[in-house]
Design a protein around this ligand. Structure first.
Ligand code: SF4
Length: 362
């Protein structure tokens, strides 16, 4: 017989590791029990990581929006002949990196479209240029898809690409391109992307090479509760093995300008209940993750604040430049002033603290 919700939540508090069936049950919650789950996750957050709300001062540099893939949830990528294509050269990239440094960012983040001309060397060059123009700034870049693409184009192993990227200045890997780590869902939403096994293998290689990464999920399109749990279980198992994930970042699907939504095959993003439960269940299920981030870019600052009351401890980055969510139809994604983050944190009775990419407090 299933334990009552309050027994289950109190067992988790005492150290019980949620099973996948139990996590599915939590995701299905539709009534006021949602608040109990959020409260248990908030308590867990306080126990694991304390009361600070953290953020990182960062800037995104998207080098190109031209991409050979056609992920149907993507409103960012362009094909040859489309309007609005860009492909920044060395000079522009270095100017952007120098501007970021002058803004006192501690992190530059770069992920781009899979440009048809890119090889492994293209990524390596870009990382060297950024490191040259912004020495001392943490370079958080690439993702397993870009590593696999560079490797394929250059006839190298993904491990060797990662080693070369690290030599060129890569400090940590973006845990994006994970989307939903369930292959039938991937076949629908990103058929040309690497498989779940490849994503797991490349992340494992990165962690083994001393390159930490984030972990993400992109939810609210055509996946089921069971798919979400399967995804979380893969991340938890991987973290048990490598301890290389710095944080978990749920990314709520921005639907407006995406092919999958326009064709009627995806819902119009997650609801508020789903956003809240995504954070709360993640906090309770991922017992080996210290940091759970809420993305103000994807959810807006009001929903992000509720996430801080449901298990999250981090507000992500200030940004300064963001084009991926904007391409998909999100607004106000360019910059969030730490003063606004502070207002939101203090409104929950918490304090805002600036952090590095690897969660050292500044
Ligand atoms: S999600 Fe990334 S790989 Fe997929 S189409 Fe968009 S830019 Fe390309």
């Amino acid at each position: 017989m299933n334990p009552s919700l309050s027994t289950l939540l109190s067992d988790v508090k005492e150290g019980h590791r949620l099973s996948e069936a139990e996590a599915r049950r939590l995701f299905k919650t539709q009534n006021r029990d949602v608040w109990d789950i959020a409260a248990a996750a908030d308590e867990q957050r306080e126990h694991v990581v304390g009361n600070a709300v953290t953020y990182v001062r960062n800037q995104n540099i998207n080098v190109t929006n031209l991409c050979i893939n056609s992920c149907v949830f993507c409103g960012f990528s362009k094909k040859p002949g489309d309007e609005g294509i860009y492909f920044h050269d060395r000079d522009t990239i270095q100017k952007k990196a120098a501007l970021a440094k002058s803004r006192r960012v501690s992190e530059i983040c770069t992920v781009s479209g899979l440009h048809p001309e890119f090889t492994a060397q293209s990524y390596i060059d870009i990382y060297r240029w950024i490191t040259e123009a912004a020495p001392g700034v943490h370079l958080h870049a690439s993702n397993p898809m870009e590593v696999a693409y560079g490797a394929r184009k250059s006839g190298m192993s993904t491990r060797d690409v990662l080693v070369a990227m690290k030599d060129a200045g890569l400090c940590s890997l973006c845990g994006t391109a994970a989307e939903i780590l369930v292959d039938p869902v991937r076949k629908t939403i990103c058929p040309q992307k690497i498989t779940t096994d490849e994503w797991v293998r490349i992340i494992t290689e990165a962690h083994q090479l001393g390159i930490p990464s984030t972990a993400t999920i992109m939810y609210g399109h055509c996946e089921s509760d069971a798919d979400r749990v399967c995804h979380l279980a893969i991340l938890r198992e991987l973290q048990d093995e490598t301890h290389g994930f710095t944080e978990f970042v749920p990314l709520s699907f921005i639907h407006m300008n995406t092919p999958i939504y326009k064709s009627g095959k995806a819902r119009a993003g997650a609801t508020g209940r789903e956003d809240l439960l995504m954070v709360a269940v993640a906090r309770l299920f991922l017992d080996n993750f210290k940091n759970i981030q809420v993305s103000w870019v994807k959810e807006g600052i009001k929903m992000a604040q509720l996430g801080l009351l449901a298990g999250a401890n981090d507000l992500g980055g200030t940004m300064f430049e963001e084009s991926i969510s904007k391409g998909a139809g999100a607004t106000n994604t360019d910059y969030l002033d730490p003063a606004e983050m502070e207002r939101v944190a203090e409104d929950c009775g918490r304090i805002l603290r600036r952090r590095t990419t690897l969660y050292d407090l500044c």
